[in-house]
Design a protein around this ligand. Structure first.
Ligand SMILES: Nc1ncnc2c1ncn2[C@@H]1O[C@H](COP(=O)(O)OP(=O)(O)OP(=O)(O)O)[C@@H](O)[C@H]1O
Length: 411
């Protein structure tokens, strides 16, 4: 059974604060957030006194689904971009969130964040587990997580880096899978965060001229959720969905980062996959919808095939610096993000109906008996907690109550 709906990708734009280095260079600010959705970029090279170009506007305006500047908190960015995907996820809708932008513009800050200001990964997982907890009396969930990086067109398992390079395979339903990836099953947010932090230490990072801790790879966190009713029935509905959260490598130009040798080679691979991503976005956003979309040009686009043009709600968070020195990069990023707004995906609930054979009825009956026992125990525990708390209240009242002296009768 399928419920299909057309869904526009959501594109958000985040302008980070001026960095110390940009402030030292006394860089002026050329990117401004005008309101919730509008961003203006001013060309610092155009001379307002140039009479030949007096009629040309120095400003270009861009509209997004939501725009943030230096004043936006991590919680605000999370709420406006990702929080809304969670309900869909536990109902069987796939979702993807990816951070795009030049190096040092805040992608890792938005996705991973810091201990004090956690990013989208932690907030999403906390809310997902809370939503699961709230419905766990009726529903049975299984959640698994994997974390990988694509570095120089090779896939590495960040939860088990010693496993070597992994391959992409398409399963019988056309869904791309990473063969041999570690999948951790848990619904404990703390446990997942520890794994994520450990995995992140394995991520390929190097200082470049543009960012001291530049991520040189695309990092992909995948969370798979399976849901079914606790009440096993002869005909049962099972829902599946997966959420991709992706921190892309920086879309920098080699000239700006002064890259040489290995860094230059990395840059070429990064640019190749981001170019492939850009080509897919261009083809998908074609108004007539008749351009060929080539996902096969890079591992990144193969992995994101469903997220971009298939069955997924997709959110892109583009990042820019506000500084005049970053004008070219900002303009490219804004153009890239602007194009991504026209992408439409066809989302459908991932449901399968499992009908059990008569031979399995005894199992179903035994499961239902276990469920009755579990619920009986839960009711008994709640009742005993209530009795204990009533007793404690009575003791408290008795302790506070003193019999007035004049009420004492002498014998
Ligand atoms: N919104 C923000 N508020 C405060 N600090 C920020 C913000 N965005 C980024 N920063 C800081 O800017 C620096 C660079 O950010 P970050 O590492 O997230 O960039 P990046 O886009 O992931 O870069 P790369 O592609 O090189 O990995 C970090 O020190 C980060 O803490």
């Amino acid at each position: 059974m399928t419920e299909v709906a057309m869904c526009a990708s959501q594109v958000a734009l985040r302008i980070r604060p001026l960095s110390d280095a940009e402030q030292e260079e006394s860089g002026t600010i050329v990117a401004h957030r005008v309101d919730d959705q509008m961003v203006v970029l001013m060309d610092p090279m155009e001379d307002p006194d140039d009479i030949l170009r007096a009629n040309r506007s120095r400003e270009k305006t861009y509209m997004f689904d939501v725009a943030f500047d230096y004043s936006a908190s991590q919680e605000e960015v999370y709420r406006a971009t990702t929080k809304g995907l969670i309900e869909g996820l536990i109902s069987g809708y796939n979702a993807t969130v990816f951070a795009y932008g030049p190096t040092g513009c805040g992608k890792t800050y938005t996705m991973l964040g810091t201990d004090k200001e956690p990013g989208i990964y932690v907030r999403t997982l906390n809310d997902l587990f809370r939503a699961i907890e709230e419905t766990s009396d009726d529903m049975l969930y299984s959640v698994s997580m994997s974390y990988l990086e694509i570095y120089n067109e090779m896939i590495r398992d960040l939860l088990n880096p010693s496993s070597g390079f992994l391959d992409l395979r398409e399963d019988s339903k056309g869904v791309i899978q990473v063969a041999g990836i570690t999948e951790v099953s848990t619904i404990n947010a703390q446990e997942i965060m520890e794994l994520l932090m450990k995995g992140n230490k394995q991520r390929t990072q190097e200082p470049t001229a543009a960012n001291q801790t530049s991520s040189r790879s695309h990092a992909v966190l995948q969370v798979a959720v399976k849901q079914q009713s606790r009440c096993r029935d002869v005909l049962q509905e099972v829902r599946f969905a997966r959420l991709f959260m992706i921190d892309l490598a920086g879309s920098e130009r080699a000239a700006q980062t002064q890259n040489r040798g290995q860094r230059l080679k990395e840059g070429a691979h990064i640019n190749r996959s981001l170019l492939a991503l850009g080509n897919c976005i261009n083809a998908l956003s074609d108004k007539n919808g008749n351009k060929y979309v080539n996902y096969r040009d890079s591992k990144l686009t193969r992995l994101l095939k469903d997220s971009l043009g298939g069955n997924s709600r997709t959110v892109m968070i583009a990042h820019i610096s506000p500084a005049s020195v970053a004008f070219e990069e900002s303009r490219n990023t804004l153009t890239y993000a602007d194009r991504a707004k026209s992408i439409r995906t066809r989302v459908k609930k991932n449901l399968i109906n499992v009908s059990y054979h008569i031979a399995q009825y005894t199992n179903i009956i035994s499961d239902l008996r276990c469920e009755i026992q579990r619920l009986k125990k839960k009711i008994a525990d709640q009742a005993s907690r209530q009795v204990n708390s009533d007793r404690a209240d009575i003791r408290h009242v008795q302790g506070n109550y003193r019999i007035p002296a004049h009420c004492c009768l002498e014998g």
